[in-house]
Design a protein around this ligand. Structure first.
Ligand SMILES: [Zn+2]
Length: 218
């Protein structure tokens, strides 16, 4: 077991989830995302969970301090100490990255590396905008990669298929703008620290994975 300690950064639709899953399957590292951590703290009804929920219920963003505390609690856990981790979707901003650096130093945890999965915006728009979802059972199709047998109808339940709001090209471009504004500086931050590995994410997932493993020496 390698106990790799990684951060994965990349725009929506770049395949972070796929790489996280491969890292877990092949290297045994524990995937951690802020969404999953929020949910488990809220379900366990911890003090931090209750605090986070009070913001989410009001439709507000959970403050950095609370997110960081939850993250650190998880990083300190025996499971994550033993398995290593791959952070997905965190840190999203330079402030979060700086806070994370401080906490990791405090805990004497050293990162193996930070992987930036890179792809042109238009490739993301093309990949995501072909997605069509079933309005009844939620099955996802893709106009090029996984078309339904009958146009506009779900193979599984005959329900009507629709392009989801999230998958409209203008929505995807707006999400990419937010990503570039907030997260590109995070990439620069880790590059300046000499911890960044850039990987061309247009390739097949297996090749992307092989480059991550080779690049980090894990
Ligand atoms: Zn369906």
């Amino acid at each position: 077991m390698t106990r790799a300690r990684l951060i994965l950064i990349g725009p929506p639709g770049v395949g972070k989830g796929t790489q996280s899953a491969l890292l877990e399957e092949r290297l045994g590292v524990k995937p951690l995302s802020s969404g999953v951590i929020f949910r488990s703290e809220i379900e366990a009804d911890t003090d931090l969970g209750q605090l986070a929920k009070s913001y989410i219920d009001r439709g507000e963003l959970v403050p950095n301090g609370i997110t960081i505390q939850m993250m650190v609690k998880r990083l300190r856990s025996a499971e994550v100490r033993n398995r290593g981790f791959v952070l997905d979707g965190f840190p999203r901003t330079v402030r979060q990255a700086e806070a994370l650096t401080e906490e990791l130093e405090h805990e004497h945890i050293e990162l193996t590396g930070v992987v930036s999965l890179e792809v042109e915006d238009e490739v993301v728009v093309e990949r995501l905008s072909g997605r069509i979802g079933c309005t009844k059972c939620g099955e996802i199709y893709h106009s090029a990669a996984k078309p339904p047998r009958r146009e506009g109808l779900c193979d599984k339940c005959n329900g009507p298929l629709l392009v989801r709001e999230d998958d409209r090209p203008e929505t995807i471009r707006a999400r990419l703008r937010v990503f570039h504004e907030n997260t590109q500086p995070v990439v620069d931050y880790y590059a300046a620290m000499g911890q960044l590995l850039r990987v061309d994410a247009v390739q097949e997932p297996e090749r992307v994975f092989a480059q991550i493993v080779a690049g980090l020496g894990v």
